[in-house]
Design a protein. Structure first.
Length: 423
């Protein structure tokens, strides 16, 4: 697992902008930013649907949610299903939202004019004052052309919408991984430092998307960029994304539980866990204040936790986890992978662990690889801004971790079938 770190102190920042030239969030006005009509893309995604929820709860804006689908009935059924999964205990039902402040719009960011009907596109161009662009393919592997279509061309289409008709503010959701292979400290004021992505198409595509946003600023587009950290389950109740099997961190944790082993070298690793509800709340607070628009933010929980502590949490919850030497752990994985009766799911978990361990060993031997491993994401500017708008991050403690694990068990993420394969 990549060993990215945060450096959230107030000083010692390194970027292309001299420190004395950087804006000071403590001097920003707390004047509210009125939002009457918001276009939200990516509302079916894990972050997007939480942004939608917080827009409903924290603002009075009418939200137009762009959703892929053949017709209104199909997208309404899709959104209702997702809403029920994430917000089953919310007092206001999805149908009540549709009758009040939520409008579902059939479309696709990958298409010209966002795939909308021409009349609807023109109407919204003249009506919308705020655009929150959360739509993206967030998988880290795939065909480059696909990511260019969704993440880069999609952003270009959103920008075209913003620049047409009524003046709009754009809030672009990005990722910390736009830093690429650059080692050392990467601040909110850094962007292109000559980084390489070595074929990692998601980060590359989000880097190119940010570039489009920055270029559009020269045309007068008022925009903010939010580089998101490593999203995990809600702080309130541990609920995580519906497609939990596709998340790398959760799969790594699952592999440790299944194998009942972890290598000693992993224990000092600092792990970033950014609860999705806290992330969304932080973004909406920044969006809702005038002076905080027009900047880049690192939306990541600064309170890292050591892998050793997480292993202790698992043990407290009753899971048997043995700490072994790297050599023993690697040998155990190798032997298991030669087990002909293992399922495809188990083999994928073992391959992922083998790759991670091999990379970790390589980083101990190769200075260039080690430099890639130790990227420090500075978030001092963001933390100051969040404090100014009244937001603070929670610490990761046993009670929260127990809520994460309780959700995993409720959705049967740790199935008995895969556990039996290593008995």
């Amino acid at each position: 697992m990549m060993n990215h770190q945060n450096d959230c102190t107030e000083g010692g920042l390194r970027s292309e902008m001299r420190s004395e030239m950087r804006p000071d969030p403590t001097r920003f006005s707390l004047t509210s930013q009125t939002m009457q009509h918001v276009l939200l893309t990516g509302g079916t995604g894990f972050l997007g649907i939480h942004l939608l929820y917080d827009l409903m709860v924290s603002t009075e804006a009418k939200v137009y949610c762009l959703v892929r689908g053949k017709n209104e009935q199909e997208i309404a059924e899709r959104m209702a299903k997702l809403w029920d999964f994430y917000f089953a205990n919310v007092k206001e039902s999805f149908s009540e939202l549709l009758n009040d402040r939520l409008v579902l719009v059939a479309g696709n960011v990958a298409e010209v004019k966002l795939g909308m009907l021409p009349a609807q596109y023109e109407q919204l161009c003249g009506l919308v004052d705020t655009v929150i662009h959360s739509a993206a393919d967030v998988r880290h592997f795939g065909l480059k052309a696909h990511f260019e279509k969704i993440n880069i061309a999609g952003t270009a289409h959103v920008i075209s919408f913003c620049l047409a008709g009524k003046s709009k503010r754009l809030h672009h959701m990005s990722t910390l991984s736009v830093s690429g292979d650059i080692g050392g400290i990467y601040t909110e004021f850094d962007f292109d430092r000559g980084q390489d992505f070595y074929g990692e198409v998601y980060s590359y595509s989000k880097f190119e998307a940010e570039k489009l946003v920055f270029e559009a600023r020269k045309q007068g587009l008022l925009s903010s960029v939010y580089r998101i950290g490593h999203l995990v389950g809600r702080y309130s109740d541990g609920v995580f994304q519906s497609n939990i099997d596709s998340n790398r961190y959760y799969n790594s944790m699952k592999a440790i539980i299944v194998l009942q082993k972890t290598p000693h070298s992993s224990l000092p690793q600092e792990v970033e866990l950014t609860p999705i509800d806290c992330c969304s709340q932080a973004i909406i607070k920044l969006i809702s204040h005038q002076d905080f628009i027009g900047h880049t933010y690192h939306i990541t929980n600064p309170y890292f936790i050591r892998q050793e502590k997480l292993i202790q949490f698992l043990q407290q919850l009753g899971y048997t986890i043995q700490i072994t030497s790297d050599e023993q752990f690697y040998s155990y994985i190798h032997d298991l992978m030669n087990h002909s009766e293992l399922s495809e799911e188990m083999l994928l978990l073992l391959h992922a662990l083998q790759d991670d361990l091999a990379f970790e060993i390589e980083s101990d031997l190769n200075d260039d690889v080690a430099e890639m491993e130790h990227i420090q994401y500075d978030c001092a500017f963001t933390l100051a801004a969040l404090r100014q708008v009244g937001f603070t991050w929670p610490t990761i403690d046993y009670e929260y971790f127990a809520r994460l694990m309780a959700h995993n068990e409720r959705v049967n993420y740790f199935s008995s079938a895969i556990l039996q394969q290593i008995k």
